[in-house]
Design a protein around this ligand. Structure first.
Ligand code: DGY
Length: 436
């Protein structure tokens, strides 16, 4: 696609790439709070779960000790149930709502939210331990220390979020998917009674243009779900039984399946006990058996499923393309065809939602924008299954977006403009770990 660059243009791009590595490092340093990294100051002033995991990959490029500290800090907030929370409130900050007083989650060792987030951490730790510059004695000791926590967290997903043994993971809140305002959640969330939420003041729309953020009706439902969970004392069984929002997420499912495979590899390398490894293998088999439930032929995608109504979402999201990353290959050719069709509708890949659908909004959070860390996972998976051309195309697209707009939270797939917060840690980390 496109025209070839002249040699002068190449030099220019090379210079910019080198300069961007410096700037990316600066973004991580500016967002560093000592033992954890905020996604970006003000808009997200605490430690976020999957943000921190990706950010560790960035730190590892120039400060391995700091990379390990990032993940150790996150795991130190693990609940006795095994859950690793989506936000850890390490410091008091008034630029974010809802804070710990709204979550009322005192189930863990530190104030936190009461839900989790996509469990990419085991894959990141495996990468730190077994990736290019890993395999030192320190890496081995640190990975060994993290193994049990990761194993308990993964088991928590199966117990708490798949109690009916479907082999696919439900989420209890749109925030648990990490993909907050996806059109997928509109219908399942519409059933939520938000009449008891009362008056509250959002902080996000004071920091970022409201047109890039979820609507008020979305926030009302987010808060109603937080209230329900808090009223149950964040009891997993009560949430599985009574939460109004209970939806299988192909994003969490793909990321967990990949993380389970990585955990198995890590455990084998660490020489872990066979029984322990057998439980990881058992969970992998369950998920391999369940994955195809999410296949939605009409949408040409793996889609979410509202478990309360049995309804499937009617259009694909970028998470559908994570199947290869999860090691699921049966439908690769259908998915590549779908990706090709999406690519005809927007110049930059991969939009978070089907660009052919009327609900697609290129600048609104998860209803269209491209996210660098999602691209990293999709591209990694496609490369693994021999779809090198598409893997490269996604990588080049991500690189072009950063060359155009630097390190925002996400990017418009139609114009490459910044969307959401700026000076964003995971975009910088992905640049350092994957693109520079
Ligand atoms: C937010 O507040 O927008 C976050 O995505 C919640 O995790």
């Amino acid at each position: 696609m496109g025209r070839h660059m002249s040699s002068d243009e190449h030099v220019d791009v090379d210079d910019r790439i080198a300069a961007l590595a410096q700037r990316a490092k600066q973004v991580l340093e500016d967002n560093d709070r000592g033992s954890y990294t905020v996604p970006t100051a003000k808009l997200y002033p605490f430690q976020w779960n999957w943000d921190s995991a990706f950010v560790a990959l960035g730190w590892a490029q120039f400060d391995r000790e700091r990379a390990w500290l990032e993940v150790e800090t996150l795991l130190s907030a693990q609940w006795p149930s095994g859950m690793v929370p989506h936000i850890v409130f390490w410091a008091e900050q008034d630029t974010y709502f809802p804070g710990p007083d709204v979550w009322r989650a005192d189930n863990g060792p530190h104030p936190s939210s009461g839900i989790s987030q996509p469990p990419v951490l085991a894959s990141v730790i495996t990468q730190l331990a077994l990736g290019d510059s890993g395999e030192s004695e320190t890496d081995r000791a640190k990975a060994d220390a993290a193994f049990d926590s990761l194993n308990r967290w993964h088991q928590w997903w199966h117990t708490a979020r798949d109690p009916k043994d479907l082999g696919v993971m439900a989420i209890s809140h749109p925030w648990e998917s990490g993909r907050d305002n996806l059109p997928d959640w509109d219908i399942p969330a519409a059933a939520i009674d938000a009449s008891g939420v009362g008056h509250y003041e959002r902080r996000d729309t004071k920091l970022v243009d409201a047109s890039m953020r979820p609507h008020k009706h979305d926030y009302d439902r987010y808060l109603a779900l937080v209230k329900f969970g808090a009223d149950q004392g964040w009891d997993d069984a009560a949430i599985a039984a009574g939460n109004e929002f209970w939806v299988v997420d192909p994003g969490v499912t793909a990321i967990l399946l990949r993380a389970e495979r990585d955990l198995l590899r890590l455990g084998q390398w660490l020489g872990r006990d066979v029984d322990e490894l057998a439980s990881v293998s058992g969970r992998i088999e369950r998920m391999e058996g369940g994955y195809d439930r999410m296949w939605n032929a009409a949408a040409g995608s793996y889609t979410s499923i509202d478990l309360r109504s049995g309804e499937y979402a009617t259009a694909g999201t970028s998470a559908s393309f994570l199947a290869a990353y999860a090691g699921i290959t049966e439908r690769t050719s259908e998915l590549v065809d779908e990706l090709a069709s999406w690519s005809e509708h927007c110049p930059f890949l991969v939009p978070s939602f089907d660009p052919r659908d009327s609900r697609f909004e290129p600048n609104r959070y998860w209803r269209g924008p491209v996210w660098a860390m999602v691209n990293y996972m999709i591209s990694t998976g496609l490369a693994d299954v021999g779809e090198g051309e598409w893997a490269d195309r996604i990588r080049v697209s991500t690189r072009d977006l950063v060359l155009e707009s630097g390190f925002p939270e996400s990017f418009s797939p139609t114009t490459a403009e910044s969307v959401g917060g700026l000076h964003f840690a995971w975009t910088a980390a992905i640049w350092l770990a994957w693109l520079s």
